[in-house]
Design a protein around this ligand. Structure first.
Ligand code: UD1
Length: 414
């Protein structure tokens, strides 16, 4: 009897997705040959929805993170939430009709995540969600809506921190679908920190003065609609930033949405000085700057986690976080989008300096391996209706216990 086929399709759409897809892709690629020898022809493909399309918001990450070019690009581009989500669904449905995978893997909480999960599920294709269970409990955030809908319909839910599995259980998701595996973003960070430490990366000329040893600078990122879309919120926030820059110079890689808002204020950013506006930066450059920073001010989800891992103080300009472990055990602190609150918090954080980083459970660079160890048996079972012959190393790949699942035949492994 010939080999059985197993096709796993990974969805990537927006900038924060690429760092999450990369380790899963690398782990799967490493399984292709061993699987073939054991009777499964594993095919891994990537569909890029095109939610983010600027070269420095997309292509550069594929190159840097060593992810092969997408097998299919849906080129949906920007639009209102309804337009963008609907365009992704229509285009993704065509892609699935052409080439029906056994499992669709979505990551994170962007519009591409929910659009592709919903499309696949309605076609009877199984869905895995990486970074499931996070909740800000703020339904005013588009991402919160995306998270809840995606989790409600996913077959396998891979969780980064304990709060995530508690949230899913509270929402009635059966425990045997939930796997507390850790954080794939940290897989990517760990892999690339090694590149940084090897001296492979040297910051470009204008940034070198900022990162000179002993120089205390801050990195700023702001792009949430709740912070940048309304001028009465954005302007006081912006004034606080300008004041902080008088004490600690600030590097500000600017998201296209925020760039448009700054342009609307009529302010022309100086080419140099203590508040330096930059185009969006590639991954390793961002990591290098964040790693050496005295402070990060942000409203990003990923940076809350990366700063916690690195032990860099982080002020998150939001009323809530869906990543509470970063405040409870890490270096993150929430701060209101108000001038006074930001100034006080920044002063305190800069004076206190960098604490020693605390390790978060399973944020260790091995999460993608744990995902495979947990999901492989289910994927083979669904694709072929037969249990995958055992005798290998799921346990050693997992490194630590994952929530067990009855969906995985007991003989699963790889
Ligand atoms: C999206 C995600 C957000 C994530 C962020 C990371 C949703 C609902 N939001 O927000 O969770 O934190 O990505 O960046 O999915 N634009 C460009 N070039 C691009 C991409 C966008 O110019 O390559 C501009 C367009 O004007 C677009 C705007 O940025 O309208 C917003 O892009 P969009 O993808 O709708 O949302 P983000 O704000 O990027």
């Amino acid at each position: 009897m010939g080999n059985r086929n197993l096709h796993i399709l990974l969805v990537a759409g927006a900038r924060p997705n690429f760092m999450k897809v990369a380790p899963v892709r690398h782990a799967l690629d490493a399984r292709v040959e061993p699987s073939r020898k054991r009777g499964i022809d594993l095919r891994v493909s990537i569909v890029h929805t095109g939610q983010h399309y600027d070269a420095n918001m997309s292509d550069v990450f594929f190159r840097e993170l060593g992810i092969p070019a997408p097998d299919r690009h849906l080129e949906v581009g920007s639009g209102s939430h309804a337009e963008q989500t609907a365009r992704i669904m229509v285009a993704f449905e065509k892609a699935l009709l052409d080439d029906r995978p056994d499992l669709v893997v979505v990551v994170g909480d962007v519009n591409s995540t929910v659009a592709c999960a919903l499309t696949a599920k309605k076609m009877g294709i199984r869905v895995a969600h990486v970074e499931a269970g996070l909740r800000s409990f703020d339904m005013g955030m588009p991402e919160e809506i995306n998270r809840k809908l995606t989790d409600a319909i996913s077959d396998l839910l891979f969780v980064t921190e304990e709060s995530g599995s508690a949230n899913l259980r509270a929402e009635g998701i059966p425990a045997d679908r939930i796997f507390t595996v850790g954080n794939v973003m940290i897989d990517t960070l760990v892999r690339n920190l090694a590149r940084l430490e090897s001296g492979e990366f040297v910051p470009s000329e204008p940034l070198r003065e900022f990162c000179a040893p002993g120089r205390k600078y801050a990195v700023l990122t702001l792009h949430r609609p709740s912070n940048v879309d309304r001028v009465e919120i954005f302007l006081p926030l912006w004034r606080a930033i300008v004041e902080i820059a008088r004490t600690a110079p600030i590097l500000f890689p600017v998201h296209p949405r925020t760039r448009a808002r700054i342009a609307a204020t009529g302010w022309v950013p100086p080419a140099s000085g203590a508040l330096r506006l930059l185009d969006p930066l590639p991954y390793v450059e961002t990591l290098s700057l964040v790693d050496r920073a005295g402070l990060v001010i942000t409203d990003s989800g990923g940076l809350q986690e990366e700063t916690t891992y690195l032990g860099v103080p982080c002020l998150t300009v939001r009323p809530t976080t869906e990543r509470p472990v970063t405040c409870e055990q890490g270096t993150n602190r929430l701060v209101a989008a108000e001038r006074g609150a930001i100034l006080v918090a920044a002063r305190e954080a800069l004076a206190a300096g960098r604490p020693a980083p605390r390790a978060i459970e399973r944020w260790d660079g091995r999460t993608a391996l744990r995902i495979l160890a947990s999901a492989w048996g289910s994927a083979c079972w669904w694709a072929t209706g037969q249990a995958w012959a055992s005798g290998s190393a799921a346990a050693s790949a997992s490194g630590s216990a994952c929530t067990p699942t009855s969906a995985i035949p007991s003989s699963s492994g790889f």
